[in-house]
Design a protein around this ligand. Structure first.
Ligand code: BG6
Length: 489
């Protein structure tokens, strides 16, 4: 057929992300027939490896979604036959020209597009982009580059990175990934708000008391302390994943579902955020702990982390949006590693019912009677609304119950990984879920002064035991705004 072909090059193919996420996502897309008939995948990195060795190293990570489809093994082989490897240095014109030749050979003169996935440390982004765009961009079709965070570590370095990339690429060739935007329940946020009558009218300071954005992991930074120590949890999770969710949550209705319309609204929210105050932030770092006969290491036990590191592995913050819809509503963020559970969720606590006729039936704790909407991004995706009902019986006692949409109970189909959605969108040129450079600037503008202040004043993180619920300071921060964290109470 004369359908265009696509060549996908994963730069940094021997790394963890490539193996754990990118190759498996590409295979899943292939398996679901979402890739064009003609496509080629190249792994590129410095290690010496043959095509066969690359195939062996990734084949164990590919999984078949639906086991009952018995052609999965064949599909896997077919996929692996389209995977190749080219060893090369990251800043070498010569090596990229060799790659170009191999790509041309596979493309066989057809109209073909090229997608580069940069799964590499940020200090070599620019080198790779220079080589890829000068020596290996598509002669016939489009060339796009997917980049992963960190996009700099503050406003200045991010601006420099953007300027350097733009010497070689136009904005519409750059696809900045924030993989949280590819998660099913994050994508569903807009659907929930804008396709239901019952939520959007309540979506403002008039009815919403506070919004909580919670990220926790039950493992530490073992094995990646080197990267983590120069970034910390605020840059790793808050400035991107949680802030992106906040922007989608709080934006005004966009003119349409077009990428530019959505991103225009997101950037407006980000630019309406009040400056973050140091006393609206709590930082923490995990310390060693033993539980059930097992010893859990402290953050600073990692050999790649300096013993006197002040890098936060936990942070909580109260943020405010200075606009008509959200004036005065605290958006509380909490993100931490080595906590007691792994979860990501959005919790919306509504105001108390004015003059509630039933308050006595609830005892003294009105908070127990608040409606709360919870969007559980992971694990075990769900959306539930806490509502009040009478406990059946002859006395008038009330209970709080959940109207629960549990995805695993409703849908048998497995939820695709965020990387599948995002890779497919990049291939199709759909930019809705990628970060535009003005969004990135606004995100850094919000966090840079705070990060600087934390670092200049050498604010010591509050230590919390590995596997605990995090520093108690986070409770005081919430309490300051009359809030209780919904994941704990
Ligand atoms: C990454 C962070 O962006 O997201 C990691 O760098 C974190 O520190 C990861 O573990 C979490 O992603 P997920 O999809 O596993 O929740």
């Amino acid at each position: 057929s004369d359908e265009p072909t696509i060549s996908i090059t994963i730069v940094g193919a021997s790394g963890d992300l490539a193996k754990k996420k990118i190759f498996p996502a590409l295979f899943a897309l292939f398996y679901e027939n979402c890739l064009p008939e003609h496509f080629t995948i190249f792994g590129y990195s410095r290690s010496k490896m043959t095509d066969e060795e690359l195939r062996n190293s990734i084949s164990g990570t590919l999984t078949c979604r639906v086991d009952s489809r018995d052609n999965c093994g064949d599909k896997m082989e077919e996929f692996l036959r389209r995977c190749f490897y080219h060893p090369g240095q990251y800043g070498s014109d010569e090596n990229f020209s060799e790659l170009d030749e191999k790509l041309r050979e596979k493309e066989g003169g057809r109209l073909s597009h090229r997608l580069f996935y940069l799964s590499i440390p940020p200090n070599i982004f620019v080198d790779v982009v220079r080589c890829a765009s000068l020596c290996a961009s598509s002669p016939t079709g489009w060339t796009r580059v997917i980049v992963e965070k960190p996009f700099g570590r503050d406003s200045k370095s991010s601006g420099e990175l953007t300027r350097s990339l733009k010497q070689y690429l136009s904005e519409d060739q750059i696809f900045r990934i924030d993989h949280y935007l590819g998660k099913e329940l994050v994508e569903n946020l807009s659907v929930l708000r804008f396709s239901n009558l019952v939520f959007e009218p309540l979506w403002s300071r008039q009815y919403i008391r506070n919004v909580q954005l919670i990220f926790s992991e039950d493992f530490g930074t073992e094995g990646r302390g080197g990267y983590f120590d120069s970034y910390g949890i605020i840059r790793d999770i808050m400035q991107n994943h949680l802030l992106q969710i906040l922007a989608l949550f709080a934006m005004e209705p966009p003119v349409s579902l077009d990428a530019e319309d959505i991103r225009n609204e997101k950037v407006k929210v980000l630019r309406s955020m009040k400056n973050l105050q140091l006393d609206d932030v709590v930082v923490g770092q995990y310390k060693g702990h033993s539980k059930g006969g097992r010893a859990y290491p402290a953050y600073i036990d990692d050999p790649t982390v300096p013993k006197n590191s002040l890098t936060p592995t936990f942070a909580a913050a109260a943020l405010f949006i200075d606009n008509a819809r959200w004036d005065g509503v605290p958006f509380l963020m909490k993100a931490g590693k080595a906590l007691h559970s792994r979860r990501a969720e959005i919790r919306v606590q509504f105001r108390h019912v004015p003059g509630n006729l039933y308050k006595r039936s609830f005892g003294t704790d009105l908070d127990k009677a608040t409606n709360e909407l919870v969007i559980r991004v992971q694990p075990d995706e769900a959306i539930y609304l806490k509502v009040n009902n009478k406990i059946p019986g002859l006395t008038m006692r009330l209970d709080s119950s959940r109207l629960n949409l549990l995805y695993s109970a409703k849908y048998t189909r497995e939820i695709p990984d965020a990387y599948e959605r995002l890779l497919l969108d990049a291939i199709e040129g759909e930019r809705r879920l990628f970060i535009r450079s003005d969004e990135l600037d606004a995100a850094w503008a919000l966090f840079t002064p705070l990060l600087k202040e934390l670092e200049e004043k050498k604010i010591a993180p509050e230590l919390y035991p590995y596997g605990s619920r995090g520093p108690v300071g986070a409770h005081y921060l919430a309490a300051k705004y009359g809030v209780r964290w919904g994941d704990i109470s």
